[in-house]
Design a protein around this ligand. Structure first.
Ligand SMILES: Cc1cc2nc3c(=O)[nH]c(=O)nc-3n(C[C@H](O)[C@H](O)[C@H](O)COP(=O)(O)OP(=O)(O)OC[C@H]3O[C@@H](n4cnc5c(N)ncnc54)[C@H](O)[C@@H]3O)c2cc1C
Length: 388
């Protein structure tokens, strides 16, 4: 049994560590300030352009993309190391291309779509979004009602999508819709590539979320999509969508480890310095147990996440592990960050420290890509042997 990353993947993790320390951490003050002013937690275009250039020159683009479209074909274990490091900073930055939609595209594109969508996406020339959730179907996407109907060579979509990240500026949104009502999630849901400017693809409103984030509501009104933009096989959209969700969930577990590690590092830095009632906080058992529990649970989450990624790389079915780590790692990070905020007292309540932004971020992560309770339900249902 091998518990270490390979030399190559360890060096990559170290490179991303340095990128985060040198490039992302110095931008945090500006992100925190903009968020505190109610403008949202975002990077200025000039900063974004500069760090894009730096990360590209470091060879950090297309890490897990196929080599025939310019990627490095790295396995999921390597990506866990990368995302752990990225999770350490609250500066919002994704190394292009974002892995979840990448992996969904990799599993589905035909030659034409590979050239028109996958290749520019891997090259970092386009941004994508995913449209699954609807007002009546979020945690249970099988309940979606957005319809896609054939009309000659085209498809015509009608329905509503909500909570869609990046929908306002994404070049294309992978949109899930029902193509056979009777079959539903078992052969009746398909995926479509919809470009931002497509008539009938209407971004209705921006919805401000906690932590300076935003999502969007979309109305699909007789939205006509050419037949070749059906992604994958008609009716078989649910399985590649699960690949996409699974990738994000592993990524989220890795981010959670990075965030929890940051919160723990902050406690370890502050507790020995802060004296109350004649003793440093680090001498108090309450704080010592927070630190010990955090270190133990981060270690557990890390082992579980690498185990899951490794099994996935071996081609094994990891649906159960993915639900376990998505629920465990996000809840773990939530608690560690909360303890760090408590340890810092009033300072932990300010918008000057990154802790509150980390708390808001992880709070949303306990919901999106499946709420904690749904993942625990999946695990329990599996143990009870129940079939849906
Ligand atoms: C910041 C953010 C970004 C998002 N981005 C996207 C995006 O880009 N694209 C997209 O399609 N969607 C996106 N979403 C939507 C997200 O995936 C859904 O919100 C999520 O799946 C939950 O769906 P829901 O909000 O409808 O909650 P519901 O499904 O209504 O669930 C509400 C609550 O009920 C409980 N619950 C539900 N089912 C069960 C069960 N079986 N057992 C026990 N308890 C249960 C849970 O506590 C859950 O939190 C985003 C959400 C957020 C917060």
């Amino acid at each position: 049994m091998e518990f270490e990353l390979s030399e190559e993947h360890r060096m990559l993790k170290e490179l991303v560590h340095r990128f985060v320390q040198d490039e992302l951490m110095p931008l945090e003050a500006g992100v925190l300030q903009r968020e505190a002013e109610g403008k949202g937690a975002y990077l200025l275009p000039a900063d974004m352009a500069r760090i894009d250039e730096v990360s590209k020159n470091l060879g950090l683009w297309g890490l897990d993309a196929p080599s025939d479209v310019g990627g490095f074909d790295l396995p999921m274990v390597a990506m866990v190391g990368v995302e752990e490091e990225i999770g350490y900073s609250v500066t919002p930055y994704t190394l292009p291309p974002d892995s979840p939609n990448l992996r969904m595209l990799m599993a589905t594109v035909n030659e034409r779509q590979r050239e028109a969508y996958l290749a520019p996406y891997v090259a970092g020339q386009t941004v994508s979004a995913i449209g699954i959730s609807e007002p009546g179907a979020g945690g249970d996407p099988a309940g979606m009602i957005t319809r896609a109907e054939r009309d000659g060579e085209d498809w015509v979509l009608n329905g509503r999508k909500i909570w869609i990240s990046r929908a306002d500026h994404a070049d294309f949104t992978i949109t899930m819709a029902v193509t056979n009502k009777e079959k539903g999630a078992r052969g009746g849901i398909s995926a479509f590539l919809i470009d931002r400017e497509t008539p009938g693809f209407n971004v209705l409103r921006k919805i401000p979320m906690i932590g300076g984030q935003a999502t969007y509501e979309i109305a699909l009104e007789d939205c006509r999509v050419p037949g070749w933009k059906l992604l994958g096989t008609e009716g078989q959209g649910f399985a590649p969508m699960q690949i996409r969700l699974g990738t994000r969930r592993i990524q989220m577990a890795a981010w959670s480890i990075g965030m929890a590690q940051r919160a723990l590092d902050m406690i370890c830095e502050y507790a020995p310095q802060r004296v109350t009632f004649g003793q440093p906080l680090s001498e108090r058992q309450a704080i010592q147990w927070w630190v010990a529990d955090a270190a133990t649970r981060i270690h557990a989450a890390r082992l579980m996440t690498y185990d899951c990624a490794w099994k996935l790389d071996q081609g094994r079915d990891v649906r159960l592990e993915i639900s376990m780590i998505k629920a465990y790692a996000t809840e773990m990070a939530w608690e560690v960050i909360d303890h760090a905020m408590q340890c810092y007292g009033a300072m932990g309540m300010t918008k000057e420290l990154p802790l509150q932004l980390m708390a808001s971020k992880i709070r949303t992560m306990r919901i999106y890509d499946g709420p904690t309770e749904v993942h625990k339900w999946v695990v329990a249902r599996n143990l009870f042997g129940a079939k849906r």
